[in-house]
Ligand binder design. Sequence first.
Ligand code: PLP
Length: 380
Amino acid sequence: MKSILISHPYSTRRSLVKAEGKYYIDDKGRKILDLESGIWCASLGHNLPEIKEIVNKQFNSLTHVAKKLLPDSINIVGEKLLEIADMNGKCFFLNTGSEAIEFAINLAKIKIPNSRLIGFKNNYVTAYGQATKPEDTIDITPCFKCTKSCTPVCSVLNNKIQTNDIFIFDPFCFSRQIFIPPTKLIHVLVNEIKTKNGLLIVDEITTGMGRCGKWFAYQYFDIKPDFVVLGKSLGNGYPVSAIIFDQKIVKSVEKQNFMYYQSHQNDPLGYQIAHKVIELIEAFNYISQVEKKGAFFLNLLKNELCDFQSIIDIRGIGLMIGIQIDKSINVEDIFAKLLRRNIFIGTSIKYNMLNIFPPYSISKEELKLSCETIKDCLLS
Ligand SMILES: Cc1ncc(COP(=O)(O)O)c(C=O)c1O
């Protein structure tokens, strides 16, 4: 890797030649179970025949078009996204999650100029740094142990939401920490935003497309976002993202003759892959599978690992699970031991967590094997 900048201090030398379904395959033909779905993208499995077929079809017909010549087929995909998000409005397709978040913030700022961007502390927003950085954050860590009622003036919310604020909310991921915020807190917060004429952007880049056992994680809270932003699993490894936004945003943006220009907006290749991903999630009934397998695996991990003093917490929702470990164990050592046993697990160095975001088709046997192997690696 002499010519490539390594972006992770623990990047590992293992020469991969391909990936298929739930597995990476190295140059010696060894299969490595991918418990992280790439970077949480290949949620339906790597290199699926159905996706290859649609890529081929688009390469032989239409991959990229001028923005003034959008084909009718984009409407079908847009309508499908609006339907599964239960929103009345419009969609726009881009490539990465970061671009899509930045696009949503831009539209929100057209609707409310001079607004502030607010978020939860430690919610990852984009790879863009300053351009999309919230101007203020709310730290909800005390909420997990709080027994008092949630109010806009409690010590956490502390009247932080001001008139016209744009709130960006990633429901559960919290930069790999995987927290489930109390429902009451989210209701009070969203009510504050709405009554103060603000806007709610829900970042479903990680949590959406079935990952948490519903199409979108915000559906656990019974709230109505103004924007839903999708990426990662939407393209199952191909870079396509989407922004879905409410009719009131459409109206304000269209009134101003909105112009946006970048090379790969609304590309047919990307949105057709997204369409196929939605069809496959429906055909395989993955939403319900994820919910059931996630509950099974969380329970199994909690039962099997409960005697380890070094484990601080095991938490998750759907197939998005985190194991938080104290500093007596370095998660990178566990990662390396698991990889020697042909299991690839995610890690967060900052929070010393193991992250498990497996493909939705993972079997109970593979989940049991993963749990047993994690246990062995913690013991050895
Ligand atoms: C919650 C969340 N939002 C936004 C992004 C940015 O997406 P991308 O890496 O596709 O630009 C990520 C990426 O990990 C993410 O986890």
